[in-house]
Write a protein that binds this ligand. Structure first.
Ligand SMILES: [Zn+2]
Length: 502
């Protein structure tokens, strides 16, 4: 069965194992497939092509919207206190078979900066040394991946193609999964710099489209070696942020950022090296994770010790095993544990603690009411200047449908009133989609967008979109950049010099 243009069943990001779909999930999926068949035939389009269009995404969003309304209705029937009005809604054209109207409704000109992206080196030493990491990565690849070596679907070429050509993403930060160094890392730091160099060559030395994180595991082996590694990597000037997995360790034991023996020396080192953005994965339990060190309290605590650093809580402590609702200070898991830590440590909104939506948005967007609580809580408590766009692409392939869904999403007036959530206005969406991250990394969004507007990637985008839709390129039109994964791959193989049309 083909993938839906927007996923409705529980997914994995390769870092955790998804839950089996519930009967409700299955009902929504069937309803979406029926709606897609009907809309495609009313549009007079081949079904496969319709699925690849914005109208395909809009049709699924409309189905999710209907499902949310009917659940709200059922809740209201059970209790008298709950209204039948949903908390989160998708605004899409009323007749989703109108393909051009859908394309217009779900398109945008925002500066999109994805702070949470992945790829792998399919031939790296990790493939032999870290079999469990390979299994995790294979588990999250899109089901339509048909490469003989499936890791190729998450290669550097696939990354540059699916993310920069296949979506409205302008700038991305490249990260990695838990590892202890170059021997078991799907992308060792030097290879991440390689990806950045390739992207820069393609853009002909304009503004950079790829920023790089350096993942460190200070609890794997002697600490001093990791501090030296941080220093050597920072000397390349390529480290935009350091990232840790506090809940991970080679022996299954994590560490705390406010531990004087491990966390604090690492933070002091980052601080002294001038790398002022520090990221930690929190929540979203991975295989072999140490739950005791997966809570956000330590990263919020150290934000008070290092007030001139910026701390990013990846996944915002979201946990798939917890249903998000109105803030509950006693919640054992999830985003409420992050909000509680902000309260305990007296961190006001829009302070030096940030959150990213990687995988969180992709999962909660399937349940609009829960999505409204997640965004409402983060925007009001972390602050509307501190929520960062992240997608975990290219796990799952191109993030374009996630971007489209976010554009269409609204927090209902009822939830705004009842829970004091802000309205998800276009201005707030622009902040979340990119302006906040630009601010965090000191990037001038407007200047960057101008610098990149005429680069080969920007110019090749329309042609790449045509090719994805099985379109035929006009004979006289030769796009000024690689348009397909195959062209991207051959460019990467043959040179690191600027792209020249064949
Ligand atoms: Zn990730």
């Amino acid at each position: 069965m083909t993938d839906l243009p927007f996923p409705v069943l529980p997914g994995s990001n390769g870092e955790y194992i998804p839950d089996p779909p519930t009967a409700h999930d299955r009902d929504v999926e069937h309803a979406a497939r029926r709606a897609l068949d009907e809309a495609a035939s009313r549009a007079g389009m081949d079904r496969r092509r319709f699925l690849q269009s914005a109208a395909g995404v809009a049709t699924v969003l409309a189905t999710l919207d209907l499902a949310a309304c009917s659940s709200a209705g059922k809740r209201a029937a059970r209790t008298t206190s709950t209204s039948a009005r949903p908390g989160g809604t998708y605004t899409v054209p009323p007749t989703t078979h109108e393909v051009e109207a859908c394309a217009a409704a779900l398109s945008g000109t925002e500066f999109v900066f994805d702070v949470h992206t992945h790829h792998v080196m399919p031939d790296g030493p990790w493939v032999k040394n870290a079999p469990s990491t390979v299994q995790l990565v294979l588990g999250m690849l899109p089901t339509d991946c048909s490469a003989a070596n499936r890791l190729e679907c998450a290669s550097r070429a696939a990354y540059l193609h699916d993310l920069l050509l296949g979506s409205d993403t302008t700038v991305a930060m490249l990260t990695d999964v838990p590892n202890s160094g170059p021997a078991d890392a799907p992308i060792p730091f030097t290879d991440a710099l390689g990806t950045q160099a390739f992207a820069n060559a393609l853009t002909r030395g304009g503004a950079s489209r790829v920023l790089v994180q350096n993942i460190i595991a200070p609890n794997a082996g002697p600490l001093a070696a990791h501090l030296d590694e941080m220093e050597a990597n920072a000397a390349t000037k390529g480290v935009a942020a350091f990232k840790v997995y506090t809940a991970w360790g080679p022996d299954g034991r994590g560490f705390a950022l406010d531990d004087p023996a491990i966390g604090l020396p690492v933070l002091q080192k980052a601080h002294d090296l001038g790398v002022k953005v520090f990221v930690s994965h929190k929540g979203l339990p991975l295989v072999n994770f140490d739950a005791a060190h997966n809570t956000p309290d330590d990263i919020v605590a150290v934000s008070r010790i290092f007030p001139d650093m910026q701390f990013v809580v990846f996944h915002g402590a979201w946990n798939k095993n917890h249903v998000e609702g109105p803030y509950d200070a006693n919640a054992p898991l999830g985003i409420d544990t992050f909000l509680r830590a902000l309260d305990v440590h007296n961190v006001p909104p829009n302070s030096n603690v940030w959150v990213d939506l990687g995988t969180v948005w992709r999962e909660v967007s399937k349940r609009p009411d829960e999505a409204a609580h997640v965004l409402g809580k983060l925007l009001s408590r972390a602050g509307e200047d501190r929520v960062l766009w992240g997608t975990d692409a290219i796990w799952y392939g191109s993030p374009q449908s996630q971007i489209m869904a976010f554009r269409a999403f609204q927090i209902s007036v009822e939830y705004q009133d009842r829970y004091h959530y802000p309205a998800l206005t276009d201005a707030v969406k622009r902040k979340v989609l990119g302006l906040n991250a630009a601010n965090l990394f000191g990037i001038d969004a407007e200047a960057t967008r101008c610098a990149l507007a005429a680069d080969p990637i920007a110019q090749a985008k329309p042609a790449a979109a045509e090719l994805r839709n099985d379109g035929v390129l006009p004979a006289a039109y030769r796009p000024n950049g690689p348009t397909s994964r195959r062209e991207m791959l051959s460019w990467l193989r043959h040179s690191a010099t600027p792209w020249t049309p064949a």
